[in-house]
Design a protein around this ligand. Structure first.
Ligand SMILES: [Zn+2]
Length: 359
């Protein structure tokens, strides 16, 4: 079902983004990454700004926080660049960040170099880091002896047992809540700001200087119903930014710190909260496109972290895993991709109106 219309690799995504920018007469700034891709290719985050450089209203579109999920984010940016033909509202700019975690996109992982979940990395590393007791309890299953045969079977049994005894919420907290104790495990938030973290902060500083009204949308995939784009906010319950976002966007916004049915754990160190903290009054939203079921998500993450730390790159098992990851986070299905493109365009349009008309 795959078609040449869509970029299936980091390099193709970058090429398509450049081509779409060139077609619109927009220049790209490159932020070169210090490491290389699996084929020795150079890696970079690219930034394109549409609209006046000194506009007081700025919408940031950020993609690839979770590496491989950025193939979908890139598709949404390219699609929007090709679709958006009307002039932007007055005094308003759109800043497109193409693959803020290019390492993860190229290596087909959600993590950055160093196995870090960038969305748990925006911490104050000068202070004691939080513990994750749920992760510690399940550590042997989350960092198993093996991800095939008996070792893997044992890990799956332990996870199933935990799910039935402690419930789905505790398991989700263990896997997705973030942990700062084991650099080989899932959900590792790092010990210092990653390259992607510092780069995001400097892009943000540069492009929101003098902005009176700013918003950001961070593109993700993997959680929620297949093909459905859920808007999320990490603003605390009752925050003015959350109320404003609810006025901007048609349809519901899941407030991650308020709605414990969707989010059974406390999110910390995420990129949206970092943006809100850095830029006064910035409205941060996450657009999350659902794919497949959450237990498959967990298994892929455990296997991927294991493979990165203990496996061998390029082995048959590893190749099968990469394929599984790619298809989970960027399904090879025309209907999924077209739905995501349309939803992204709708959300961007609403955000643009919100940013432009904010008093
Ligand atoms: Zn994500």
């Amino acid at each position: 079902m795959s078609s040449t219309k869509y970029a299936e690799t980091y390099s193709e995504a970058r090429e398509q983004f450049y081509a779409a920018c060139a077609k619109r007469g927009v220049e790209c700034d490159e932020y070169p990454h210090p490491e290389r891709g699996p084929g020795g290719e150079q890696l970079a985050a690219c930034v394109a700004r549409i609209g006046p450089t000194n506009s007081s209203r700025v919408l940031i579109l950020n993609t690839g926080t979770h590496g491989i999920e950025g193939l979908a984010g890139s598709m949404c940016l390219v699609s929007w660049l090709n679709r958006w033909t009307a002039p932007l509202p007055a005094d308003t700019s759109v800043v497109l960040i193409h693959l803020i975690n290019p390492w993860g996109a190229a290596w087909e992982r959600r993590q950055t170099e160093g196995n870090v979940d960038l969305n748990r990395n925006f911490m104050d590393f000068g202070r004691p880091l939080p513990s994750n007791p749920a992760f510690e309890i399940l550590r042997d299953a989350l960092i198993p002896d093996a991800v095939v045969a008996a070792g893997w079977h044992r890990a799956l049994c332990d996870l199933a047992e935990s799910r039935s005894l402690q419930g789905e919420g505790a398991l989700a907290h263990a896997v997705f809540g973030g942990q700062y104790s084991d650099p080989t495990g899932v959900g590792f938030g790092g010990v210092a700001p990653t390259w992607s973290n510092s780069t995001f902060r400097s892009i943000l500083a540069r492009h929101t200087e003098g902005a009176r009204s700013a918003a950001s949308i961070d593109f993700h995939t993997g959680v929620g119903p297949f093909g459905y784009g859920t808007l999320l906010s990490t603003e605390p319950a009752g925050a003015a930014g959350l109320a404003l976002a609810r006025r901007w966007f048609n349809g519901p916004i899941v407030a991650m710190k308020e709605d414990l049915r969707h989010m059974p754990y406390a999110v910390r160190g995420d990129i949206g909260a970092a943006a809100t903290e850095q830029v006064a009054g910035l409205i941060a939203a996450t657009l999350e496109f659902g794919t497949f079921d959450v237990s498959r998500f967990m298994q892929l993450q455990i296997q991927d972290c294991w493979s990165h730390s203990y496996g061998s790159r390029g082995s048959q098992e590893d190749r099968r895993l990469r394929e599984g990851l790619k298809n989970f986070f960027f399904p090879d299905a025309k209907d999924w991709r077209e739905a995501a493109e349309a939803r992204a365009s709708e959300v961007i349009t609403e955000a643009l109106e919100g940013v432009a008309n904010r008093r």
